[in-house]
Design a protein around this ligand. Structure first.
Ligand code: SF4
Ligand code: SF4
Length: 117
């Protein structure tokens, strides 16, 4: 009984060990792989990320100048990030927000060089 009383008094006098989520959100740790991000202006549509991806969730179309990722198939392994020759891929530390509708693809149009006529 005495042990429990001491614990109760200590709990009243110390700060709680939990946070009032989502009011108080903890900053993510360093190197957390939360979301795949792309600096699309730097992409040269080489397709290496697509070939290396173990989930096959990246599609690169050089003809249509479109880079596509399926975030629901991505396992956030960062292999694409490590292999991109222009370093335009990165891992955002913050996780994607929950969604009501499943968006299958995030398409980005790349502004590549115009073809010479
Ligand atoms: S590896 Fe990098 S530069 Fe090549 S297509 Fe993928 S994102 Fe673009
Ligand atoms: S993080 Fe991994 S699974 Fe996700 S797109 Fe890149 S290589 Fe594919």
């Amino acid at each position: 009984m005495l042990d429990m009383t001491a614990t109760i008094i200590r709990n009243f006098l110390t700060k709680p060990h939990t946070r009032l989520y989502p009011i108080t959100v903890r900053e993510p740790f360093e190197n957390v792989r939360g979301n795949l991000d792309i600096e699309i202006e730097e992409c040269i549509l080489c397709g290496i990320c697509s070939k290396k991806c173990p989930s096959q969730c990246i599609t690169v179309s050089k003809e249509e100048k479109v880079w596509t990722v399926d975030p629901f198939a991505c396992v956030y392994c960062a292999i694409c990030v490590e292999n991109c020759p222009t370093h335009c891929l990165s891992m955002d530390k913050h996780h994607r927000k929950p969604v009501k509708v499943k968006e299958m693809n995030r398409q980005v149009q790349v502004k590549g060089p115009e073809k010479k006529k």
